[in-house]
Design a protein around this ligand. Structure first.
Ligand code: AMP
Length: 434
C-alpha cells in the first residue's frame, strides 16, 4: 500500500515523502481511513508502531479546510517528552499547511505557551496538569475542539492523571471525534474508553507483546556485580545507541556518571533534571552526541529515537507493561534490537510474568569471560527453580537446565538457550576512540 492511496491532501503526501516514510505501517493502514471517515477509534498500540502519524495525518487533512486560529484539535499525553514528540510530528507533517501545533506542559514558563495560544494554534498537544492550569486561568478556549486524542491512556492512568482527564473532558464539546490510544487495557481504562467513545472502531496492533523485532535475554547477576557486568557487556558487544534503564533517578544519575568516567559518551535522563537538561540529553542521544542514555521509566516515555540497538534493563521493571514500554524503545519501525535484562534472585516473579506475556521463555545468558566470583548464574535460585525441566526431557515444561545439568538447555519455543554458548562476540562499537 502507498500513502497516496489515502487521498490525503497533496501537501501532506509531500511531507510524508520528506520524512522518508515510503509505506504506511499496519496501524496507519488501518487507522487513517477510519479517522478520515470521522469515526471514533480505540487504538490498542504501543509506541514504535507509527501511531503518531496514524492520527496526525488524517487530523491535519481535516484542518486543510474550516476555520483557523481556533483550537480544533486537543491531544493529551502523559509526559513532556511525548508531548514534544507528538508536537514535532504535527509540525513536520504539517509544515506545508497553515495549521499550527503547540505543546503545553509543566516545568517550564507559561509565558511562551500563552503567547502561542493567543497567536491562534489550531492543535494543542498537552500534558494534563498544565492544561488544567491554563483552563483555570481562562487562557485557552476548548469550545471549538473537533478532535480529541488521548495518547498512552494507560500510562496517564498509571501516573494518576485519570481525575485530571475527566476534568478536562468537561471543557470539551460533546460533539467531537475521539481517538483513544493505549498499549494495554486495564479496567479503569476500558471504563473510560467506553464512556467517551461513540461507536468506536477498534484498531489493534501488537497489543501488549513487545515488538517482534526485538530479541530478549536475561542475565542472572547479584546486585553488587551489576555495574561490572554492564561495563564488561558494553566492552564485549558491538552496539549502536544503547538505552539503559534503572529503577530510580539516583541510580540513573550515578550510572551515567560511572559510564562517563569510564570514557563513554553517556547521559542521564531522569525526573530530577530540569527540562532543558532533559531535552539536551534526548537531543544529544538522537543526534549521536551520546551513545548511551541511562533513564528512568517515566523520563523515557515517548523518547523518539530510532536506531536504538540495545535496551539494557539494569534493573528489571515493576510491571510487565513497563517492560513492554521500555522494550518498545528498540526495534522501532521494524528495526531489530536486543533487550538485555539483569535479574537478581528477587526478580523471579517478574521474569515469570514477562514470559507469560511474551508467550515464551526468556533466554538465559552468562556473559563470557566475566568474573562472576562465587556466583553461578545457572544456579540463581528463583530462576533455576522456575526452569526445572520437565521429567524426561528439556522441552515443554522447562526452558533452562537444572543447576546440575551439564548440557545447554532448549527454550520452550525451540530456541537454543545460551547458557554456555553465547553468541559470537563482535568488536566493541560504543566506546569512543580517544
Ligand atoms: P511512533 O509509534 O508514532 O512513536 O513512531 C515510531 C517511529 O516510526 C517514529 O520515529 C516515526 O517517525 C517512524 N515512522 C512512523 N511512520 C512511519 C512509516 N510509515 N515509515 C517509516 N517510519 C515511520
Amino acid at each position: 500500500m502507498k500513502f497516496a492511496e489515502f487521498s490525503l491532501d497533496a501537501r501532506l503526501n509531500s511531507a510524508v515523502e520528506t520524512m522518508g516514510y515510503t509505506t504506511p505501517t499496519p496501524i496507519q493502514e488501518q487507522a487513517i481511513p477510519l479517522v478520515l471517515a470521522g469515526r471514533d477509534v480505540l487504538g490498542l498500540a504501543q509506541t514504535g508502531t507509527g501511531k503518531t502519524a496514524a492520527f496526525a495525518l488524517p487530523i491535519l487533512h481535516r484542518l486543510t479546510s474550516g476555520p483557523l486560529r481556533k483550537v480544533r484539535v486537543l491531544v493529551v499525553a502523559p509526559t513532556r517528552e511525548l508531548a514534544e514528540q507528538i508536537n514535532q510530528t504535527f509540525t513536520d507533517l504539517g509544515k506545508n499547511l497553515k495549521a499550527r501545533s503547540t505543546p503545553i506542559y509543566g516545568g517550564v514558563s507559561k509565558r511562551p505557551q500563552l503567547a502561542a495560544l493567543r497567536s491562534g494554534a489550531e492543535i494543542v498537544v498537552a500534558c494534563p496538569g498544565r492544561l488544567l492550569d491554563h483552563i483555570g486561568e481562562g487562557d485557552i478556549d476548548l469550545s471549538h475542539v473537533e478532535v480529541l486524542v488521548l495518547d498512552e491512556a494507560d500510562r496517564m492512568c498509571d501516573m494518576g492523571f485519570l481525575p485530571d482527564i475527566r476534568r478536562i473532558l468537561k471543557h470539551l464539546p460533546s460533539q467531537r471525534q475521539t481517538l483513544f490510544f493505549s498499549a494495554t487495557m486495564p479496567d479503569d481504562i476500558r471504563t473510560l474508553s467506553s464512556e467517551i467513545l461513540n461507536n468506536p472502531a477498534t484498531v489493534q496492533i501488537g497489543m501488549i507483546a513487545p515488538a517482534e523485532t526485538v530479541s530478549h535475554a536475561i542475565y542472572p547477576i547479584p546486585e553488587k556485580l551489576k555495574n561490572k557486568l554492564l561495563l564488561e557487556m558494553l566492552k564485549q558487544t558491538s552496539t549502536g545507541r544503547v538505552l539503559v534503564f534503572t529503577r530510580t533517578k539516583r541510580r540513573a544519575r550515578n550510572l551515567a556518571l560511572l559510564l562517563v568516567n569510564e570514557g563513554y559518551n553517556a547521559s542521564a535522563l531522569q525526573g530530577n533534571m530540569a527540562q532543558n537538561r532533559r531535552q539536551e540529553s534526548i537531543d544529544g542521544f538522537r543526534t549521536g552526541k551520546y551513545d548511551i542514555m541511562v533513564a528512568t521509566d517515566i523520563a523515557s516515555r515517548g523518547i523518539d529515537v530510532t536506531e536504538i540497538s540495545h535496551v539494557i534493563n539494569f534493573d528489571i521493571t515493576d510491571t510487565v507493561d513497563a517492560y513492554t514500554h521500555r522494550i518498545g524503545r528498540t526495534g522501532r519501525a521494524a528495526q531489530t534490537g536486543d533487550a538485555f535484562t539483569f535479574v537478581t534472585d528477587e526478580d523471579e516473579g517478574m521474569v515469570r510474568d514477562i514470559e507469560k506475556v511474551l508467550g515464551e521463555p526468556l533466554e538465559r545468558r552468562r556473559l563470557p569471560n566475566f568474573d562472576y566470583g562465587d556466583f553461578v548464574p545457572e544456579r540463581q535460585t528463583g530462576i533455576a527453580h522456575q526452569n526445572r525441566p520437565a521429567p524426561g526431557g528439556s522441552r515443554g515444561g522447562g526452558h533452562t537446565q537444572q543447576a546440575s545439568s551439564p548440557r545447554p538447555p532448549r527454550t520452550g519455543g525451540g530456541r537454543q538457550s545460551n547458557w554456555n554458548n553465547p553468541r559470537p562476540q563482535r568488536s566493541p562499537g560504543t566506546r569512543r576512540a580517544g
